[in-house]
Design a binder for this molecule. Structure first.
Ligand code: SAH
Length: 212
């Protein structure tokens, strides 16, 4: 695939239905978020290396997550695992509201900040730190999304989710996870949707895979 339009046609063919998500993929230039020498692959439906052992996620995977998150205009979102900043940009294109995103690796956070600034995404706020504990200073959030694998949902993150809010995360072992969507009801989260069979890099942190 060589263009955003072709990528979106592909995403429709492989089952992505949410029009808001598809429209966001048409708006965000993925080539701006990948290293120079990989720009020619920017619209392939593949994860690509972005340095420091990390990747920009596969478009299909991101589309699944954003669909499961049931995003709407006006919602306040926390993202853990900024990576390149691409998913934060897609999120903002749907919510048009401040997006808070946390990245553990300062070099990646700094690069994502610069890319997002260059593209005019002034309402996406990049923080450096361990997002496995959430980001209490700007809580609560209507939606929380994890882009790296977790063994289970971290309790502090549940606290930072609004009642009725949705959290999506890859849950499982180091080498295999399901994408799970949870809804907060009566102060606790309950599973509402599950899509099986994904592989993410691990969350490294207090509630992640500590010994990775
Ligand atoms: N969605 C991103 C890709 C994210 S890859 C994109 O589209 O580019 C997952 C990211 O999670 C990596 O950059 C990794 O450094 C980060 N990460 C891992 N553990 C973390 C933690 N505890 N807090 C914040 N970020 C973390």
């Amino acid at each position: 695939m060589r263009s955003r339009e072709e990528l979106v046609e592909h995403l429709k063919r492989v089952g992505i239905r949410d029009e808001k998500v598809l429209r966001a993929f048409l708006r965000v230039p993925r080539e701006e978020f990948v290293p120079e020498h990989l720009k020619k692959y920017a619209y392939a439906d593949d994860a690509l290396p972005i340095g420091f052992g990390q990747t920009i996620s596969q478009p299909y995977t991101i589309a699944c997550m954003l669909e499961m998150l049931r995003l709407e205009e006006g919602l306040k979102v926390l993202e853990v695992g900024t990576g390149s900043g691409y998913t934060a940009a897609l999120t903002y294109e749907i919510t048009r509201s401040p997006v808070y995103t946390v990245e553990r690796l300062p070099e990646l956070a700094e690069r994502a900040r610069k890319t997002l600034q260059r593209l005019g995404y002034t309402e996406i706020h990049v923080f450096i730190g361990d997002g496995s504990v959430g980001l209490p200073e700007h809580a609560p959030y209507d939606r929380i999304i994890f882009h790296a694998a977790l063994p289970s949902v971290p309790p502090p993150v549940v606290e930072q989710l609004t009642e009725g809010g949705i959290l999506v995360a890859p849950i499982g072992s180091l080498h295999y996870q399901d994408l799970v969507a949870y809804k907060k009801r009566g102060g606790a989260v309950v599973e509402v949707e599950r899509r099986e069979g994904f592989v993410f890099v691990p969350v490294v942190g207090e509630y992640g895979f500590r010994h990775y």
